[in-house]
Design a protein around this ligand. Structure first.
Ligand SMILES: Nc1ncnc2c1ncn2[C@@H]1O[C@H](COP(=O)(O)OP(=O)(O)OP(=O)(O)O)[C@@H](O)[C@H]1O
Ligand SMILES: [Mg+2]
Length: 354
């Protein structure tokens, strides 16, 4: 088995806690992303899984093996480091063969494995090239081939696309995801890029200040964020000031400018308590139909044309919110100053305690 368990995994540097007691189970064959802002402990977590950083406390299990005390080379793991390029003084074939030569494999076997790895990453025939003769994306493919050739149980990737430009990143993220699915290899992917995490992952662990604050599928994380941090870190959100009206959980009402607004939210709330109401811009409807349970008067402040989307800034009472609409033919456009009604599906909003 090649599932991964982290048990109360902790790393302190002096007084600074880089990773604070993480518990995670990553399933065999899963593409799991650790997503969070700079300095939240993503790389440190990955390096503890790999064995390059020794935990202060806690355990790392791969399958049923406790590998916490094992050195990296005994863990059967492949890791592509953050900003790690290929060796410039070696050609592609020698770069890929590097790990196998260390393992003293026979020369003929190495040659076959290198050819196979290059086919896997779509670079057949590139054996004799040097780094300077490769594009950024090709270099990343070689870096991956160099890891895959050792047939690791687990693949660890630390921001492998961060050095590439936007269009290449787009292309590579689908390519890596496709390769991972084809190989079925358990993968932990570190990124601070929410688009990468949403597109590539089976599940995401969102990290904040040395902790994993939410684990879920991309859809869970985007549509059911548990905290204000998660909702603002992933995608854009309108965060409105509100107070608790009545109820709690699935069936609650908040007050915005004294008007009752149904939503879902946490349990154990006191009426009158200050709370934030969170709605994604794409869920804010301008001119909702009469049956919509939420209908609030608003004024258009500005309209921004963004090609496929049109963004509206709207004043709702004393607050400002953003609505995004598809720029489809037939969709009415609104000039600044226009009074409108806005609304949203209560199940597409979330009340969260600040
Ligand atoms: N060897 C070290 N000695 C002291 N502090 C360290 C060491 N390595 C990491 N840290 C600290 O631990 C925290 C987490 O670092 P880590 O590299 O895991 O962050 P990260 O989430 O990968 O960030 P980034 O997105 O910038 O790569 C940071 O505050 C960092 O300064
Ligand atoms: Mg890092």
């Amino acid at each position: 088995m090649s599932d991964i368990q982290l048990k109360q995994l902790t790393k302190s540097y002096g007084n600074h806690v880089a990773v604070a007691g993480i518990d995670l189970h990553i399933a065999e064959g899963e593409f799991f992303s650790l997503l969070g802002p700079s300095g939240c402990g993503k790389s440190t977590t990955l390096r503890m899984i790999a064995g390059f950083v020794q935990p202060t406390s806690g355990e790392v299990l791969i399958g049923s093996d406790d590998v916490t005390a094992l050195p990296p080379e005994k863990r059967d793991i492949g890791i592509v480091f953050q900003n790690y390029a290929i060796f410039p003084h070696m050609n592609v074939a020698d770069n890929i063969a590097f790990g196998l030569k260390l393992r003293k494999r026979p020369r003929e076997e190495i040659r076959k494995q290198v050819t196979h790895a290059l086919t896997q990453v779509g670079l057949s025939g590139y054996e004799d090239r040097y780094q300077r003769q490769l594009s950024g994306g090709e270099q990343q493919r070689v870096a991956l081939a160099r890891v895959l050739v050792t047939e690791p149980r687990i693949l660890l990737l630390d921001e492998p696309l961060s050095a590439l430009d936007k269009s290449l990143r787009e292309e590579m993220k689908y390519w890596i995801k496709g390769l991972q699915k084809k190989l079925g290899i358990t993968t932990v992917y570190v990124t601070h890029d929410q688009d990468e995490a949403l597109t590539m992952s089976d599940r995401i662990g969102v990290m904040q200040k040395a902790q994993v604050v939410q684990v879920g599928t991309p859809q869970d994380i985007y549509e059911r964020p548990k905290t204000l941090f998660v909702t603002t870190f992933i995608g854009h959100s309108n965060v409105m000031d509100a107070t608790v009206g009545s109820g709690a959980g699935q069936d609650m009402t908040v007050l915005i400018d004294g008007k009752p607004v149904p939503t879902r939210g946490p349990e154990n709330l006191a009426p009158g308590q200050a709370i934030k109401l969170v709605v994604r811009p794409e869920n804010v409807l301008i001119g909702p139909d009469e049956t919509m349970p939420i209908r609030l008067p608003a004024t258009v402040l500005s309209e921004t044309y963004q090609g496929a989307l049109v963004r509206y800034h709207l004043a709702v009472g004393g607050q400002e919110i953003v609505a995004e609409r598809q720029n489809q033919s037939g969709n009415e456009r609104f000039d600044p100053g226009t009074p409108v009604m806005i609304g949203w599906d209560p199940h597409r909003s979330e009340a969260l305690v600040a």
